[in-house]
Design a protein around this ligand. Structure first.
Ligand code: UDP
Ligand code: MG
Length: 140
């Protein structure tokens, strides 16, 4: 399997509870390398641009309001099959369905406030990384 990069976001529910280090340890323990990382505050409009694919969904307003409710940590994870591996480490969208030991099983508060975002495919990973990072910020 090829080395890939994927975009991860530690969401406001998790930064608020001081869980950045514990979540990063899950990535590193799974063999994912954090090759770029910054803590930022999104506006609701920026959150809407990032989640544009969901703009017709009933939860869009709530989702973008939540993503702008506090700081997020945006990061690029690198590793063998990083996109699928990160989705595994994250667990299912709804923490009630997330496998034991996954980030969402351990830390998520609800289906909306579920602690992390991860890209779902190579094309979206590329787009999402360039939404937040320039080439100069990716040091490997
Ligand atoms: N979401 C929500 N209600 C739902 C489904 C999703 O609030 O019924 C939120 C949740 O924060 C989720 C995000 O919208 O992480 C994006 O949804 P997606 O289906 O892409 O889930 P993910 O890829 O994050 O597992
Ligand atoms: Mg998704």
């Amino acid at each position: 399997m090829a080395t890939e990069r994927t975009l991860s976001i530690i969401k406001p529910d998790a930064t608020k509870r001081n869980l950045t280090g514990k979540i990063n340890a899950k990535f590193e323990d799974a063999g994912l390398r954090i090759v770029a990382q910054k803590r930022i505050q999104l506006t609701q409009d920026q959150a809407g641009q990032f989640y544009a694919v969901h703009k017709e969904r009933p939860f869009f307003g709530e989702l973008t309001e939540f993503m702008a409710s506090g700081p997020v940590v945006v990061q690029v994870l690198e590793g063998e099959g990083a996109i699928a591996k990160n989705r595994e480490v994250m667990g299912a969208t709804n923490p009630a369905d997330a496998a034991p030991g996954t980030i969402r099983a351990e830390f998520a508060e609800s289906v909306g406030e579920n602690s992390v975002h991860g890209s779902d495919a190579p094309e979206t990973a590329k787009e999402e990384i360039s939404f937040f990072f320039s080439g100069l910020e990716l040091v490997g």
